[in-house]
Design a protein around this ligand. Structure first.
Ligand code: PEP
Ligand code: MG
Length: 274
């Protein structure tokens, strides 16, 4: 494959410690920083603390792209100080972007830290568990509000940050053509997309015999998403575990997938596929 259009291999990370480890394998960028890990300790990180983490990762990776995902708490990931109510169906509950839209202060603090940190590198921000265009519009309105406030306060921030949508619900796949008009890029979260498409709990070991990671239904969802992205000229990546399945790499390339973001131990093997 010619070097200019080869598929990119990015790293999934959960904090600054992983960045040095990831860099040993020379990834093309960071495709998923799961920021909720910053929030799973005893106390909540404030704006400054978050800003410092995002800034150091961006500086370390610069000029390589870094995709930071906003907090994806709820479901199996909890933060003690949020006092989240127990739910009968947490995987389908107040999680991901819903939790952030439900707790605007938490969300706004993170977005402010991200906008400010964007000055120090090549930043993209993406949102988990999107199901509708309406959610993206709400996020955009909140972002505009924060930018206006930062401008007023004379605090520098990056104007050119790309905003992406995670495609990890069947609803997002079905409206991918409309989402693609609002988003700068897509990143397909195959872990949740598989769980919700097959209606099978990804954490339930008794489902192993039914849980088909190569389910034709899921592969069709990925293909539909890639098509919507291509038709609207936005890049599309995969950041779920399926990204590292080398038996599917050629198929993903044929579908038009631009980037595969994988766990650090898998980068070296994936780079052979470029
Ligand atoms: C996914 O759902 O595929 C994903 C990348 O996000 P997480 O595994 O953190 O839910
Ligand atoms: Mg997910």
């Amino acid at each position: 494959r010619d070097k200019t259009n080869r598929i990119k291999i990015y790293a999934n990370i959960c904090g600054m410690n992983c960045v040095n480890e990831a860099l040993k394998y020379d990834p093309d960028g960071i495709g998923l920083f799961r920021t909720e890990y910053l929030f799973m300790n005893a106390s909540k990180p404030g704006e400054e603390e978050q800003f410092e983490v995002y800034k150091s990762i961006l500086e370390k990776m610069n000029p390589r792209p870094v995709i930071i995902r906003t907090i994806d708490l709820g479901a199996d990931k909890n933060a003690p100080y949020l006092n989240l109510e127990a739910e009968d169906n947490p995987a389908m509950g107040l999680r991901g972007i819903r939790l952030c839209l439900n707790k605007p202060k938490l969300f706004k603090t993170q977005l402010r830290a991200l906008l400010r940190a964007g000055v120090y590198g090549n930043l993209s921000v993406m949102f988990p568990m999107i199901t509708s265009v309406n959610e993206v519009k709400k996020i955009k309105a909140i972002t505009e509000e924060i930018k206006a406030k930062l401008t007023k306060e004379n605090i520098p921030f990056a104007e050119n940050i790309r905003f992406g949508v995670m495609i990890e619900t069947p609803a997002a796949v079905m409206v991918a053509d409309e989402l693609a008009k609002e988003a700068d890029f897509f990143s397909i979260g195959t872990n949740d997309l598989t769980q919700y498409t097959l209606a099978m709990d990804r954490t339930n070991p008794s489902l192993e015999e039914f849980y088909d990671t190569h389910s034709p239904a899921v592969l069709k969802m990925i293909k539909m998403t890639a098509k919507a992205a291509k038709e609207n000229n936005i890049p599309v990546g995969i950041c779920g575990e399926l990204a590292a399945d080398t038996s599917l790499t050629e198929e993903f390339i044929d579908m038009g997938i631009d980037e595969l973001s994988v766990a650090i131990p898998q980068i070296a093997e994936m780079k052979k596929k470029q």
